[in-house]
Design a protein around this ligand. Structure first.
Ligand SMILES: N[C@@H](CCC(=O)N[C@@H](CS)C(=O)NCC(=O)O)C(=O)O
Length: 225
């Protein structure tokens, strides 16, 4: 099984299924495709049916789309607990994952994932306030019900879906309740996350489109080391 991913520092979609495969001890290899540089979109188009990453290859099966990859892993390894066992909780976990996929646009565009960076105060809170409020309700409710440390107690596919959001909270110093702050810490303490992050911090590449100083016009494209 092979997972094609983007730069670890920036590719939030790639991180999600990678965390699932790694945390649940599913054998796989990965390959990083660049998300910047000359011709990078041509390479993506040649390697991925959607021109995007992640993509999972398993024999003749080719699966783009993060949620579909996570579901495929859950189908292959039903005993691993990628989703909660209880049918009601499983539906809630899938709903949370689907909401992550379809919403939180403000956080995604105003606070791009950038694991190596620390930019507290650079995201105007009013631009992301509604998304943060929804996180307080969604994460707060699930954590209160489960007792944590993850949304459904143990780590599940829902936490993998939200892990990049946890990094945005830390990178941009976004204001959250203590309960959500503890959840962010739990994500950072997960061994699979630490493994991903350690590799991300070693990457030399810069993706200007995901650098807040470039997006906000403080730094010219192509000038960040
Ligand atoms: N809906 C896709 C989104 C994948 C996606 O947008 N991936 C980004 C990297 S994080 C990408 O491949 N971008 C390349 C491009 O848009 O040219 C999923 O759920 O996997």
């Amino acid at each position: 099984m092979k997972l094609l991913i983007g730069n670890r520092n920036y590719s939030s979609w790639s991180m999600r299924p990678w965390l699932v495969l790694k945390h649940f001890d599913i054998p796989f290899e990965d390959e990083v495709l660049q998300l910047s540089g000359e011709g990078f979109r041509d390479v993506l188009a040649q390697r991925s049916p959607t021109g995007k990453v992640p993509v999972l290859f398993d024999g003749g099966v080719v699966i783009p789309e993060t949620i579909a990859i996570i579901e495929y892993a859950a189908d292959l390894y039903p005993e691993r607990g990628i989703w909660p066992q209880d049918i009601g909780l499983r539906a809630q976990a899938r709903a949370a994952a689907a909401e992550m996929h379809s919403a939180f646009q403000a956080l995604r565009s105003h606070a791009p994932m950038n694991l190596r960076a620390s930019h507290p105060g650079k995201v105007a809170i009013d631009t992301v306030a509604r998304d943060l409020h929804r996180l307080e309700t969604l994460w707060g409710g699930l954590l209160a019900a489960s007792g944590g440390p993850f949304l459904f107690g143990a780590f599940t596919g829902a936490d993998a879906m939200f892990a990049p959001v946890a990094t945005r909270i830390r990178t941009y110093g976004l204001p959250v309740s203590d309960l959500l702050g503890e959840y962010v810490e739990a994500i950072y303490a997960l061994p699979a996350f630490q493994e991903w992050r350690a590799m991300a911090l070693k990457e030399p590449w810069v993706v200007d489109d995901d650098e807040i100083d470039v997006i906000q016009g403080r730094v010219k494209p192509g000038t960040l080391a």
